[in-house]
Structures are given as C-alpha cells and as structure tokens.
Write a protein that binds this ligand. Structure first.
Ligand code: 3VV
Length: 223
C-alpha cells in the first residue's frame, strides 16, 4: 500500500543534472509554458466564431497528444542538479514547466526580504475584475515559504493566516515577506500583496520542517 510520507520523500530527487543541461531545459520548456499560458488567457477571452473554436480545440488536442507520447506518470517533484540548482518546476506558483503558475520570479535581498513583482492575467479572476482570494493565498504561501527557506528554516506550511484588507485588482502587483522569528521548530514569516495604491492582503505563515525531514537532518549531522 502506498504511504503518503514515503511517496512525498521519493519526489525529492538529486539527479546530478549539469547546469548546462538544466539551462537547455529552461530554454526549451520555458517558452512552451509561456505559450500554454497565452493559450489559457486566449481560451477565456476569445470571441472568434464556432468553426475557429473547433479548429483551435483540435490543434490543442494534437499538441497534447504529441507531448503525452513520452511523459512522467505523475508529479514533477523537486529536483536538484549537480551544482545544487533546485527545480521545483511543477510548482503551482512559480514552476518553470507549469502554465498554471502566474509565474512568480521570487528574489531575495541580502537582508533576507523576499519579494516579487508579477502580473496576474484574466485567468486569475475571482470577484469581477479582481484577483481570486485563493490565488492571493497561493502567492503569499510561496513568497512567505521562500522567505523561510532564505532564512535557513525551510518547511511545509503549517498555518497561513490572511487578512484581505482591500480588493486586489488583476494586473501588476507586488508581494513581499520578511522572516519574523523562530518559535521552536516553527518559522514565523510575515508579508503582504500590494497594488500601486498600497497593501491589499496581509499574511502570516508558520512553516515547519516535517518530522521525517527533521529526523533525517539530525541523523546526518550526528553521523
Ligand atoms: C530532503 C529535503 C526535505 C525538504 C522538506 C521539504 C519541506 C518544504 C521545503 C520548502 C518549500 C518552500 C516553498 C513552500 C511554499 C509552498 C508550501 C506549501 O504549499 S506546503 C503544503 C501545505 N501544507 C501541508 O500540506 C502541511 C501538512 N502538514 C504537515 O505535513 C505536518 O502537519 C507539519 C509538517 C505542518 C507538522 O508536522 P510535524 O509532525 O512536523 O509536527 P509536530 O512534530 O507534531 O509539531 C512540531 C511543532 O509544530 C506545531 N505544529 C504542528 N502542526 C502545526 C500547524 N499545522 N500549524 C501550526 N503549528 C503546528 C506543533 O504544535 C509543535 O509545536 P511545539 O514544538 O510543540 O511548539
């Protein structure tokens, strides 16, 4: 029987890929992902006639069949190359190969502040003309989670608390996070999403390295 903890561990993979090979994959798959992202927006915005909709559908199905000819059977997981280059390429917020991701390019300043300027297209709509609250949560989860990583305390999200202070428009937005403190094994990180006029959503996250990873880290330090 499959065990979720074992399944999860098996998807953290050190595959020793060289930086040159990883860069080649970025250059190959990145533009494909961008094209699919364009397709998602076009699918919801198009007003062409019925024959064109049907023709587009057939072309999309043909493209999907080509890509499915050889494919991994499940999630991409998190992989590291020989130099330590980390690829969370299936990640729903910033995955290089995930067209559902806005995408986010998350930066970290020397003082540990983690931030991203990003653009949300029409596919992220919740209330009319506004960003879906769950999408804001997705983005804050990732930006706060990366801030915990930058602070040296990576972890799964234990608790994410949000306060939606004012409606978040679609379009150009900014998100940022700062490490607040450790409380035992819990890393506490605070952040927000803002538009040009100010803060829209505030967040506090508690990130915890799972027990199995804490035990593996303790064993490798001891050994
Ligand atoms: C080889 C490398 C391995 C790396 C490992 C990778 C980690 C990720 C790294 C980098 C990612 C960066 C990007 C992230 C961005 C995206 C994040 C997401 O979307 S995450 C998906 C959503 N979250 C879940 O699905 C969590 C599901 N929950 C769990 O897995 C566990 O419940 C977990 C890890 C949260 C805690 O499990 P326990 O077994 O480690 O916890 P116990 O040992 O019982 O408690 C430790 C302390 O934490 C508190 N605690 C436990 N659960 C809590 C919770 N949910 N909220 C707040 N505190 C909690 C407890 O009260 C205890 O506190 P006291 O030490 O007594 O003060």
């Amino acid at each position: 029987m499959s065990d979720p903890i074992t399944d999860q561990r098996l998807l953290y993979i050190h595959d020793q890929l060289s930086d040159e090979d990883i860069q080649r994959e970025v250059d190959l798959y990145g533009p494909l992902t961008d094209s699919v992202r364009q397709l998602i927006a076009a699918t919801l915005q198009t007003e062409v006639g019925e024959p064109d909709v049907r023709r587009a559908k057939a072309l999309v199905e043909e493209a999907a069949a080509i890509l499915q000819e050889r494919a991994i059977p499940g999630p991409y997981g998190v992989r590291w190359g020989a130099s330590g280059w980390k690829r969370g390429w299936g990640n729903a917020a910033d995955g290089v190969r995930n067209a559902v991701a806005p995408p986010l390019t998350i930066q970290t300043d020397p003082d540990g502040r983690t931030w991203t300027d990003f653009h949300l297209g029409p596919q992220y709509e919740g209330p009319a003309g506004l960003t879906h609250g769950g999408v804001s949560a997705l983005i804050l989860d990732q930006v706060l989670g990366d801030c915990a990583v930058a602070a040296g305390s990576p972890g799964m999200t234990g608790t994410l608390t949000l306060r939606y202070r004012k409606p978040t428009p679609l379009g150009d937005l900014h998100a940022e996070a700062r490490f607040d403190r450790m409380d035992g094994v819990k890393a506490i990180v605070k952040g927000h999403i803002a538009d040009a006029a100010g803060i829209c959503v505030e967040a506090e996250g508690i990130f915890i390295l799972p027990r199995w990873a804490r035990e593996a880290a303790a064993a490798s330090t001891a050994g």
